[in-house]
Design a protein around this ligand. Structure first.
Ligand code: NAD
Length: 303
């Protein structure tokens, strides 16, 4: 198959379902050879099955694409190392890593168990760090051997991480952490030919189809299915291709037919006394600065 990613090898984590499946199919349709990773866990991260990853591999092969399955847990060193090794063994190279796997354990903060905090931080934050670390080690070795790659990483944040989301303290913290990791990785890895960006997607998957049943339902009249996960994948494929040269350290919201560049923290109104404030003075100054500052976007679940 020929396309934007011909000759490239892409690894997509959590690609047995939902957004990851759509990304894997889209990469293959653009000519990439794809490693389809999925542990096949339930919505809360429990259980495990080989079926979802293998089914996506079968779908890709059915239209003439090339793919292999990887069933490891990307939040373990062994799983992340074998993920990169699978790409190298099956296809001889690695060009693009899409970190996408994850699950939810939603609770209000006062009810959030330590175990649910740890599980969500582990799968999203560590589950981004470890594949990124192992892929980056490979790309650094390539660059040092005189074969600087056109490598791409696409991380998966969330509107919950950028703006906050009621009932998702663990998930919002992990997804905000992924943005911080993206910025550091983009700065550290540029010298090895690696670009690192993040997306904040919204689509109808098992993760969202119950909470947002009305707003995410597929239209019955054949109109544009705005919330189909396939609508997010074109941007991911472009970011994962050599065509996105020069784009790194950025966060994009991708939903339906809309792509938005998210503009992050930057200094707003500021005051400098040139000496230590008293608490009362600091408060008076803070209120003046807030009056001059932009109103923050509302936290999801509060509007
Ligand atoms: N659906 C949305 O609107 C939305 C919004 C914002 C962010 N996201 C993010 O997009 C990503 C994909 O979510 P989705 O909606 O497609 O959910 P999904 O549940 O359909 O797919 C996630 C997949 O990840 C796999 N997985 C979970 N833990 C794993 C692990 N340790 N190792 C390997 N695979 C693992 C699951 O088996 C599942 O197939 C997630 O990171 C999610 O947080 C989704």
């Amino acid at each position: 198959m020929t396309g934007l990613c011909t000759g490239r090898v892409a690894v997509v984590t959590g690609a047995g379902r939902g957004l990851g499946r759509a990304h894997a199919l889209a990469f293959a349709a653009e000519g990439a050879q794809v490693v389809v990773n999925d542990l096949g866990v339930g919505l809360d991260g429990t259980g495990g099955a080989a079926g979802p990853a293998q089914r996506v591999v079968d779908e890709i092969r059915a239209f003439g694409g090339e793919a292999v399955a990887h069933g490891g847990d990307i939040a373990t060193a062994e799983g992340a190392a074998s993920l990169v090794a699978t790409a190298l063994e099956a296809f001889g190279r690695l060009d693009t890593l899409v970190n996408n796997a994850g699950f939810l354990r939603d609770r209000m903060l006062v009810n959030l168990d330590e175990e649910d905090w740890d599980a969500v931080m582990r799968v999203h934050l560590k589950g981004h760090f470890l594949p990124l670390k192992h892929a980056a080690a490979h790309w650094r070795a390539e660059a040092k051997a005189g074969r600087t790659p056109e490598a791409r990483v696409v991380n998966t944040s969330s509107g919950a991480g950028l703006l906050g989301s009621v009932g998702q303290g663990n998930y919002s913290a992990a997804k905000a952490g992924i943005v911080g990791l993206t910025l550091v990785a983009s700065a550290e890895l540029a010298r090895y030919g690696v670009q690192v960006n993040a997306i904040a997607p919204a689509a109808r998957t098992r993760m969202t189809e119950q909470t947002f049943a009305d707003t995410m339902a597929a239209p019955e009249d054949g109109a544009f299915d705005a919330m189909a996960p396939e609508n997010v994948s074109p941007l991911v494929v472009w970011l994962g291709s050599s065509a996105s040269a020069g784009v790194t350290g950025r966060v994009f919201e991708a939903e339906a037919g809309r792509i938005t560049v998210m503009e992050g923290w930057r200094p707003g109104p500021s005051a400098d006394k040139g000496a230590r404030w008293t608490p009362a003075e600091a408060g008076e100054s803070a209120l003046k600065l807030l009056a001059a500052a932009e109103t923050p976007q509302p936290v999801y679940g509060t509007r």
